[in-house]
Design a protein around this ligand. Structure first.
Ligand SMILES: Cc1ncc(C[n+]2csc(CCOP(=O)(O)OP(=O)(O)O)c2C)c(N)n1
Ligand SMILES: [Mg+2]
Length: 392
C-alpha cells in the first residue's frame, strides 16, 4: 500500500520510510493488480483489467492507438535521457528529469483537444512534446538562450513555471475566462505533490469551485518535493482534499497510461459540460533526481525505487502490446529508432542555439520603455564595453 493511502497516518518513522511499503510479490512474481483506491486499467504485468466505470472512456483505444501511446512514452523517455546527458556535458544549464512520469504526462496530455490550454510546472516536458513542441523548443530555456522556449499560442501551453504552484492560479483565471467567453475549451493545471502545500494552489481551487471553472487540477504525486517526502506534507491522500472545495477528486495509477487517459478525459468532459473542476492525483514516482543539480542518493531509499521499477509505465504497455501480437522485436526497434532520431534532433537543435546579445534582456521587461529601464540598459552597455576593453 502506498504510504499516502494512510489517512491521518503516523508521522514518518525513518528517513527511508516513505512512498511505498515493501513490494508484495504475488505467486507468479507479478506485483499486485490492485493497490488501494487507485484507478487502474492495466497491471504492471500488462494485464488489461475490466473496470466498467472507466472502460467507456478508453473504448476507442485499439491496438494502433495503444501503440501510439507506447511510442509517445518511449520518445519522451528517450529525449529526457538525452537532455540529462546534454546537461552533464555542459550544453544545458539545468534539466528537470521526468523519468518514471511518462504515463502520467502522456496519458493526460493525449486526453486534451487542440483548443484546450495547459499550464505546467518545469517538469512537463512530456506534455509539451504531446502539445507539439519541437525538439529544440524543449531545450531552449534550459540552455539559457531565451526567456521562454515557445510561443504559448502555438502549443496552447504556457511556458514552464518555476514558481511552485503559481500556474494553478493562471489556469483558474484562464478557465474562468473561457467560461465567460462561452468557448468550448478546458484547461489543465499540472503541479506536483509539493505544490499542494502552496497557498496559490489552495486559492486556485477555491476560485475554481466558486466560479465553476472548466479546469482540471492534475497533480503528479511523484512522492517528492525535492528531498521532502510526500507523507510529511499531507496526512491524507491528496485527492481527498477536493471534497473540501466541493468538487470531485480521483486517485489514479499514474504509471498506467490507459487509466490516466480515462480519468483525464472524464474530468475534461465534466469541465466542458459546465460542471466545474476536478482534482486528479496521479500516483507515480520520480525515478531520478529533482533536477540535474540534485543528488537523490543522499535521501532516497534504493529499495523504494526498486518497488517502482516493477511498476514501470512503459514496460506494462509493451507487455500488453506483445501479448496482443501488436508489437514484436522489429516493431520495438523501429519505435526506438524514431525516439533516437528525436533525441538526435534535440541535440543538434541545442548545439545550434547561440546566446543572444545580452542587452536583449531588457527588451521584454515592459511594453513601453521607462527612464529607469533605459538607464539600466545604458549601464549594462557601459559595463559590457568595460569588459571588452579589458579583454583587448
Ligand atoms: C514558491 C516557490 N517555493 C520554493 C521553490 C523551490 N522549489 C523548486 S521545485 C520545489 C519542489 C516542488 O515539488 P513538487 O510540487 O512535488 O513538484 P516536483 O518537483 O516533484 O515535480 C521547490 C520547493 C520554488 N521554485 N517556488
Ligand atoms: Mg513532487
Amino acid at each position: 500500500m502506498l504510504r499516502s493511502d494512510v489517512s491521518a497516518g503516523p508521522a514518518r518513522t525513518s528517513p527511508h520510510d516513505h512512498g511505498a511499503a515493501a513490494p508484495t510479490a504475488t505467486r507468479d512474481g507479478d506485483v499486485p493488480s490492485d493497490e488501494g483506491d487507485l484507478v487502474r486499467l492495466l497491471t504492471p504485468a500488462g494485464t488489461r483489467l475490466d473496470r466498467p466505470e472507466h472502460d467507456p472512456w478508453v473504448a476507442d483505444v485499439d491496438d494502433d492507438a495503444l501503440l501510439a501511446l507506447y511510442e509517445d512514452m518511449v520518445v519522451v523517455r528517450r529525449f529526457d535521457t538525452e537532455a540529462v546527458a546534454l546537461q552533464r556535458q555542459g550544453q544545458l544549464g539545468l534539466w528537470p528529469p521526468l523519468n518514471g512520469q511518462e504515463a502520467a504526462q502522456v496519458g493526460s496530455a493525449r486526453a486534451l483537444r487542440a483548443n484546450d490550454f495547459v499550464f505546467g510546472s518545469y517538469r512537463e516536458n512530456g506534455v509539451a512534446y504531446c502539445r507539439g513542441a519541437t525538439p529544440t523548443d524543449l531545450v531552449r530555456v534550459w540552455r539559457g538562450t531565451t526567456q521562454s522556449g515557445w510561443d504559448p499560442r502555438d502549443l496552447n501551453m504556457a511556458t514552464p513555471q518555476i514558481v511552485v504552484g503559481a500556474q494553478a492560479l493562471h489556469a483558474t483565471g484562464y478557465a474562468l475566462g473561457c467560461r465567460l467567453d462561452g468557448v468550448d475549451s478546458a484547461v489543465v493545471a499540472y503541479f506536483g505533490d509539493g505544490a499542494t502545500s502552496q497557498g496559490d494552489v489552495h486559492e486556485a481551487m477555491v476560485f475554481a469551485a466558486s466560479g465553476g471553472a472548466p479546469v482540471v487540477f492534475f497533480c503528479q504525486n511523484n512522492q517528492w518535493a525535492i528531498s521532502e517526502p510526500v507523507d510529511l506534507q499531507t496526512r491524507t491522500p491528496i485527492a481527498t482534499r477536493a471534497a473540501g472545495y466541493g468538487f470531485p477528486g480521483v486517485r489514479v495509477d499514474g504509471n498506467d497510461v490507459l487509466a490516466v487517459l480515462a480519468v483525464t478525459r472524464a474530468a475534461l468532459d465534466r469541465a466542458r459540460r459546465g460542471e466545474g473542476p476536478t482534482l486528479v492525483e496521479a500516483v507515480t514516482y520520480r525515478m531520478g533526481p529533482h533536477t540535474t543539480s540534485d543528488d537523490p542518493t543522499r535521501y532516497a531509499d534504493p529499495a523504494v525505487r526498486e518497488h517502482w521499477t516493477a511498476r514501470d509505465p512503459v514496460t506494462r504497455v509493451e507487455r500488453l502490446l506483445r501479448a496482443r501480437g501488436a508489437l514484436d522485436d522489429e516493431g520495438a526497434r523501429a519505435v526506438a529508432g524514431r525516439a533516437d532520431a528525436f533525441a538526435q534532433a534535440m541535440r543538434d537543435g541545442c548545439y545550434a542555439l547561440t546566446p543572444p546579445p545580452s542587452d536583449t534582456l531588457f527588451d521584454h521587461v515592459l511594453v513601453e520603455p521607462t527612464a529607469w529601464l533605459e538607464r539600466q540598459r545604458r549601464e549594462h552597455a557601459a559595463y559590457r564595453a568595460m569588459l571588452e576593453g579589458d579583454a583587448s
